[in-house]
Design a protein around this ligand. Sequence first.
Ligand SMILES: [Zn+2]
Length: 103
Amino acid sequence: MAPLRISFLIRSVYDILRSNANLVRWRKKDDPTCPLCQGRQTTEHVRSSCEVALSQGRYTWRHNRVLQELASVISATEGEIHPSSMSSTVFTTEGGVKKWHGG
Ligand SMILES: [Zn+2]
């Protein structure tokens, strides 16, 4: 994973992205308002709670971009995974019974 993506992920998990709410908390800005909906722009709000972003399809666009990236990676590695490499895979069922696939 690219370093910038890892950095974004970590800052997102620990809620230290530059959302307007955090900028107010850090005394870098006076107004925590979301420019799209006028709600309080927290990290969670930016990621999944803004009604305007939802109505404009922005979350769907982001979701589809992630899927495109995954499809690209899967296509690039297609053929690199051989069934014989799965011969020692152990699966554990909900009841704890182990089943072996292959081998
Ligand atoms: Zn909003």
